[in-house]
Design a protein. Structure first.
Length: 481
């Protein structure tokens, strides 16, 4: 099989080959246009010497160029590797070295020393070639982890994996269909955005509105309004900005508002539900799994949780010794399923596992199977020998009406004593506000044990985040008093 063959056959059987697949700035591609274009790009790649199994790095923004280049690589039997084009030059060179591509597809004028570079235009102007046969367990693409703890890691997925993700997630949780109009704030160079904007819509016959620019609240709301978007995807912090905007009433026409990528705090969930109601659906996933493995759905949802496991995936919570715990006991989250990839070996082959995989999350599962994530193992701070889960403190501070988001970390004083410090982004108002700082410390004292209370609040204009919206806590830990 080849994933492109499966996608086109599904579109043909579903009767949506001639229906719109992608729109951007007034331009439109049908589903048939997508596969015809992929064939041309595949011809260009083969002509450039790309062989089955070679990696092709895509340093492209969301747009037709990305879609056709990605599917063209798959069509040719190569492995597409999406790369964030907005990375700093040093970081970009680092991830390209890690990917070791046979060819890099970039925008006009793009150059990367030490790598063969071409453009979409050069590939698209060639004659199409037949689809290269591949096995279901051959690699089709590879994405980088978000880099929340440092250097991103390359994780491949196989030709059969997007089909599994669609059946496990997009069908039961999202219920996507040919009448849906999709917009993903998360970009296609991340695993989350890639499925939202490419695999799921193509497998469901949906129409996707793409935005090549960095996402801005005004732009997203304008897209939702202009194109009558029915399915929106974004991380929780971006939804927070959306509902704070005067034009947030435009979100009421959504059918679903899906969110993932980070833990949805109770305070933010309550604010979002006021605007979105039961259309708000959240879950969790990892790059290693390839997509969400737990999710709330319209028929099965529970506030304060990330939903229940999506078959065929299973989850369990274990203690520090690896033994399963009782319901509602916090421990280490593990997932098991058919698409889990740990990376690549020295020969570039995918390292798959069918065993339990530790996600690095702290969580609990209730008697009904709903998963409640309480933080990350690598987020834990040590204060006077006592472990503190900063997410609990951050969620409490973020419940204040004047706080947009917060990050809490341990800071060593001049006498080597360690205390917690809160870095807070205000919803509005001046950066310096001693009164609000005291209010937040008082709020923490009222609800938390003493060692969890931040001793100082520092107001900052923003928090460092990855391109997918996750907090870069390791950067916050380097901030000086």
């Amino acid at each position: 099989m080849n994933l492109v063959d499966v996608l086109r056959a599904g579109a043909d059987a579903g009767g949506w080959l001639d229906r719109p697949a992608y729109e951007i700035d007034g331009a439109m591609l049908t589903h048939a246009d997508v596969y015809d274009g992929a064939g041309r790009v595949a011809g260009g790649l083969v002509g450039a010497g790309v062989r089955p199994g070679d990696r092709v790095a895509l340093v492209l923004d969301d747009g037709p160029d990305f879609v056709l280049s990605f599917l063209g690589a798959a069509h040719a039997g190569a492995v597409a590797v999406p790369v964030n084009p907005r990375l700093h030059a040093d970081e970009l060179h680092q991830v390209l070295r890690s990917a070791a591509p046979a060819l890099v597809v970039g925008r006009p004028g793009f150059a990367a020393e030490g790598f063969r570079v071409t453009t979409f235009a050069e590939l698209d102007g060639t004659r199409p070639v037949p689809v290269t046969p591949r096995a279901a367990d051959d690699q089709v693409y590879a994405t980088f982890t978000s880099g929340t703890t440092g250097v991103p890691r390359l994780v491949p997925q196989l030709h059969g994996d997007p089909i599994i993700h669609h059946r496990s997630f997009a069908v039961p949780a999202l219920e996507l269909g040919p009448d849906d109009v999709v917009h993903s704030v998360s970009k296609m160079y991340f695993a989350y955005g890639l499925s939202n904007s490419l695999f799921f819509p193509l497998l469901s016959g949906s129409r996707v509105v793409l935005n090549p620019q960095a996402p801005l609240v005004d732009d997203v709301l304008a897209i939702v309004d202009k194109y009558n978007v029915t399915a929106l995807f974004a991380v929780p912090t971006f939804y927070s900005r959306l509902i704070a905007h005067p034009g947030s009433d435009r979100l009421v026409n959504l059918r679903i508002a899906a969110t993932g990528g980070e833990v949805l705090s109770p305070a933010l969930e309550a604010r979002l539900v006021e605007v979105l109601g039961d259309r708000l659906l959240n879950g969790i996933g990892t790059t290693e799994v390839g997509q969400a493995f737990t999710h709330n759905t319209r028929s099965a949802r529970r506030s304060g949780t990330a939903g229940r496991p999506l078959p065929p995936y299973e989850v369990r919570i274990v203690d520090d010794h690896g033994d399963p715990v009782e319901p509602d006991v916090i421990g280490r989250l593990q997932v098991r399923g058919p698409t889990i990839t740990l990376g690549v070996d020295e020969d570039g082959k995918a390292r798959r596992t069918t065993d339990w995989y530790a996600t690095g999350d702290l969580a609990s599962v209730d008697v009904d199977g709903y998963v409640r994530v309480t933080g990350r193992l690598d987020d834990i701070e040590n204060v006077g020998g006592i472990k503190v889960h900063p997410l609990e403190v951050e969620h409490l501070l973020a419940s204040h009406a004047l706080v947009r988001e917060a990050a809490v970390c341990a800071v060593a004083n001049h006498d080597d004593s360690v205390q917690l410090r809160a870095y807070v982004v205000r919803a509005d108002g001046p950066l310096e506000d001693d009164g609000l700082a005291e209010e937040l410390i008082t709020l923490a004292r009222r609800h938390l044990t003493a060692y969890k209370v931040p001793r100082k609040v520092v107001f900052v204009p923003s928090l460092p985040r990855t391109g997918s919206g996750k907090l870069r806590r390791h950067v916050v830990r380097t901030w000086k008093p």
